[in-house]
Each structure stands twice: as C-alpha cells, then as structure tokens.
Design a protein around this ligand. Structure first.
Ligand SMILES: [Zn+2]
Length: 384
C-alpha cells in the first residue's frame, strides 16, 4: 500500500527510549530525556514480565478456583472483537487453561470483514458457544453523532462503553462469576493519556454530552458506571475480572501467526482496526484534527516489551496509517453509515476542538480511585 501523506511530527519532543512525544502535553522527561511512561514501566511493570514462572503458578491457582465453581454451564465469559488479543485469549483459555468459556460478541454496527471472519473461525475452530449482543443502531448512531458534535477527542467512548457494559451486565444477569479479557501489558503497557482517550466508563460524562447533542432517548443502550462494576458488581455480585495474558509470555506477532495457522485468522492493518469506525477515527480523524496519534502509545508498548524497534516505529509514524487515496472512501462509508452528508461531516471536522474537560465528568473521583489502586499496587500503568 502506498502511504503518501506525511504526519507533522517535527514540532514535538520525543522520548529517547520510546516514541511518546509532547503531543501528550503532560509528558515529563528525566535528565536523560526518558519519559515518565518509560520510567513507570521500568519501576512498576518490567519485573512482572520478567518473573513469569511465579505468574504462571498464580494463574493455575486462579483456574483451580474458577473450576471449583459448579453452578454454571460456563466457567467464565470472554468478550471477542475479532482482534488478535481477544481471539488469542479464546484459544488460550480453551486449549491451555482447559476452561469452558461462553464467548460474547457485542455488535456495535462497525464490524470489518476481517473481524466477522475471525470471530467465525475462532468459534468454529474451538467449538465454543457464541452469544451476540446487538446494540440498537439508532441509539448507537445518535450517541456517536453527539460525540462528533461535541468536538470530543475520544469518539470511541460510545463503542467502548457499549462493549464493556454489555459484557458486565450479561455476566451478572447470567451469574457467570468471571470475565476474562484480553487486556495485557505486552501490547498495552503504555495507556494513552486521558487527553487523547478519556475514560469510556464515565457515565456522567456520556450523559452530559448526549443531553447537549443527542436527539433521541437512550432506552436500550447499555450504560454501566465505573463505580457500579468496580464496587457493586465486584463486592455484591461477586463478579471478578481477570487478564490472563498478563500471566504468560504474550507476544503479538507469535499470537497472530499461531491464530493464522490454526484457524485461518485474518490480519488487519493496525491495533483496533477490526472496527471500521475505529480505523477511521484513530487512523485519520484523531490524528488530522487533534494531532493525537494513538500508534505512538501502541508502538511504545511494543518497544518496551522488545517486540518492535524504536527505528521501525519512527519510520511508520512519519506517515498516516490510512493511505490518502483511501480517505475519501472512508469519509463516504462513515457518513453514509451515520446518515449524515459528507459535507456536514467535513464541516464538523473543521470546527474548534474541545477537550473532555469541557463537559461534566467524574474525572476527580475516578482519578482518586486510580491513585488508590496504584498505591495498593493493583494498577501498574500510568493513567493521567
Ligand atoms: Zn518513553
């Protein structure tokens, strides 16, 4: 594929170890030019990835506990998007941990051909049960358009929120005590700054934006506040959420190769691009309009875990992830699907950018809890 459009990276100062730069306005450097994400990785995450024999033992103990629960046909619930992490997790949980998961796919209306193919191949290949939850399209569309009109940098809050709240609510309703997800340090040890990607779990924030810019009522759209699932679901409904890929040597390239060979899994261009919307939003909108390139966090995670070189990442970051001759097609597809004209979408793109701070939120309370979790060593990533 021919990438002709150059990104404008020269105005930022780049970390000397990873590829995060001052397009994250809160990025701090030490005297050697190393950013606070790298410092946090060295201090709080690296040792966990180096001591995998201990982790593997811990995971086996957890699996024993899961298996000892006999009250459900399924041992656990797994969400699947068709992306590498969730597909590999399904394989790992069934083949290596010998658990019987119920796989749930939340259809937000934006599945790519690759994601549909991948889900089908994994479910058939592993002989798993699949439940698909379809988000009502009129409400999904209305909330997404509200975020566009709000000039919000994180246009993926509606999709992300719909996915995880559907999974949590489903697990609680059907009394499945464990949710296993594909989250992992290996490809996500650097979390994008909140300036680029504000919490998708803040219902107060979602409601404020929808109240200002939404047109129809959200009746069936699943809303689940961070406090509900972190406190009520955890302590009163006994729902536990685990990330098994953090207990093993998870390597993205190897995982993709294995999935391809075993199940005919199809590769897609970049992390999260299994959603047509996310491809457009992260690959073009967010980068062109706000100057935020999420690949910097993704690549930096791979650099820190020795899965990519810094040079390789720098080379890729010089160009847009979507080729310029593809952009028109993407605009056309997205505006048709959202049922607004292409010219209206382009007008929205030209209007003034806003930040999550321009809307009501539970930012201070959530950050208080994040700090608490970090003090208790239950959260190792830097979230700010
Ligand atoms: Zn760094």
């Amino acid at each position: 594929m021919y990438y002709s459009m150059k990104t404008n990276r020269d105005k930022y100062t780049v970390c000397k170890n990873c590829v995060m730069d001052t397009s994250d306005s809160l990025l701090k450097f030490d005297e050697n030019g190393i950013c606070d994400y790298c410092q946090n990785f060295n201090k709080n995450i690296k040792f966990q990835l180096e001591d995998l024999s201990k982790s593997r033992h811990e995971l086996e103990q957890i699996v024993k506990k899961i298996k000892s629960r006999k009250n459900n046909k399924y041992d656990c619930l797994i969400g699947i998007s068709g992306g590498v992490d969730s597909c590999f997790l399904a394989h790992f949980v069934k083949k290596e941990l010998n658990l019987n998961p119920l796989v749930v796919h939340v259809d937000t209306g934006w599945n790519s051909i690759e994601s549909v193919n991948n889900i089908e191949k994994i479910i058939d290949g592993l002989n798993l049960d699949l439940e698909t939850i379809v988000i009502p399209w009129n409400e999904m569309r209305d909330l997404q358009l509200a975020f566009f009109k709000a000039q919000h940098p994180n246009l993926d809050i509606p999709q992300d929120h719909a996915i995880f709240s559907s999974l949590y609510q489903y697990a609680v309703k059907h009394k499945i005590g464990y949710i296993l997800n594909g989250g992992n340090f290996s490809t996500e040890c650097i979390r994008e700054p909140l300036e680029w990607a504000y919490h998708a779990s803040d219902v107060r924030h979602i409601k404020d934006i929808h109240k200002k810019y939404g047109k129809i009522k959200l009746n069936a759209f699943p809303l689940c506040d961070i406090f509900t699932y972190k406190i009520y679901f955890r302590f009163f409904k006994n729902l536990k959420v685990l990330q098994p890929l953090n207990y093993v040597d998870y390597n993205k390239k190897n995982a993709m190769e294995q999935l391809k060979n075993l199940y005919g899994w199809m590769k897609y261009e970049h992390k999260h691009y299994e959603s047509r919307f996310t491809k457009f939003y992260e690959g073009y909108w967010l980068l062109k309009k706000f100057g935020y390139d999420k690949r910097k966090a993704h690549f930096s995670s791979l650099i820190l875990t020795n899965q990519m070189t810094r040079e390789e990442a720098m080379e890729k970051l010089d160009y847009y992830p979507i080729a310029d001759d593809e952009i028109n097609n993407e605009f056309n597809f997205i505006s048709q699907k959202l049922d607004i004209s292409e010219s209206k979408l382009k007008l929205i793109m030209q209007e003034k950018n806003k930040s999550f701070k321009d809307y009501k939120s539970s930012y201070f309370i959530i950050q208080f809890f994040v700090k608490l979790l970090r003090i208790l060593k239950l959260e190792s990533r830097l979230i700010r």
